[in-house]
Design a protein around this ligand. Sequence first.
Ligand code: AMP
Ligand code: GLY
Length: 421
Amino acid sequence: MNVMVVGSGGREYSIGRVLSQDEAVEKLYFCPGNGATGTLGENIAIKDYNELADFASENAIDLTIVGPEAPLTEGIVDIFKAKGLTVFGPSKEAAQLEGSKVYMKNFLAKYGIPTARYVETDHIDTAFKFIETLPVPVVVKADGLCAGKGVIIAQSHDEAKKAVSEMLSGKAFGDAGKKVVVEEFLDGYELSMFAICDGKDYILLPAAQDHKRLLDNDEGPNTGGMGAYAPTPLVNDEIYEKVKARIVRPTLDGMQAEGAPFEGVLFIGLMIVNGEPLTLEFNVRFGDPECEILMPLLKTPASELFYKGATKQLDTLNVEFSNQYAVGVVMASRDYPYKSSEPAEIVVDETVHDEIAKYTHISYAGVSEEDGKLYATGGRVLVCVGLGDTIREARDRAYMLCGQVHYAGKKLRTDIAYQAL
Ligand code: AMP
Ligand code: GLY
């Protein structure tokens, strides 16, 4: 079949990478892709979703997989479906699970799905009153998408009130902050789980752990994620079962009842508090860099998984995962996450080491290509992925590969997967 991947990051590269090795895939397109996806398939530069859907029809694309949240919340799936195309991802309405924190929290409350206690409001007095009832820290969230910056963990009531005022006035995030969620702080450990959904059935992937802070020991500012590994031993069967029964099943049933069945990847951000999983957030797409370590663990052909996900056939799929571990270490550019950096040429040493050749690979993200050379141009440049029979082995291999990749300003954490070791 012919497949198109929408997006340009390491997440989309990693999906494309497994598709490029998939015998069922004939032609592979990326829109827009990045400087490295051109080696896996063909990059297309079409911005308008209607035009892109026409391109998909004209080029007999059998399946389109949408990576990032922006096109999903903008309704790309609805546009493709209206033209009779097969597309994997949620509708605009279902994408509100990520696009609006107010929608998400009210949905969780309506269907009794465990989450932090909260109020959602556009009235400053209501927010202030609730803040007074909470112990510190207090969590304040802007309703809309704010590129990962819309969540404030306030260390005092005054700081929480200031955050609310700045959001509601539009000063902090414009319209995305015109409504807020104020909620209790949950103290536990964070996990990411991913369910591939077809509206009624789902497949839960091995649990992953991301590393959001820039620096070792979880210090420094928040980032999109500096590394991840899976499966994590922080999840046992009991937690998997609770997540399925209390969160994923009621979410799929609830979205069906709302008339917005959820198709696509449900990314469940969890806080485990005293062994109980609570929903921190939903995203409606794969995490990045989580996707880069989950894709290589998939033994079932990716085209089959996503095609069945897009055509309500997951109940007929017997999905298989490798029994290995995967560790991904993000390499970022010098000034990430503060500002963009000068482009820097990427040089990868020639591999002489068997272990590196066999058990590692690079997933490229913020890169551009010129005259056959790759340049680091984005904040998160690439992910070095290592596979192994233990987390330690996978991690050691990932770091071996990191040692072979060079560019000016290369920046990485040295402790990815520490919580599992
Ligand atoms: P969100 O975008 O809602 O996932 O929030 C971003 C990050 O803020 C999460 O990954 C958590 O680390 C943190 N966070 C969000 N809500 C809470 C909460 N209620 N308690 C503790 N930490 C939170
Ligand atoms: N790695 C977290 C995210 O993609 O949002």
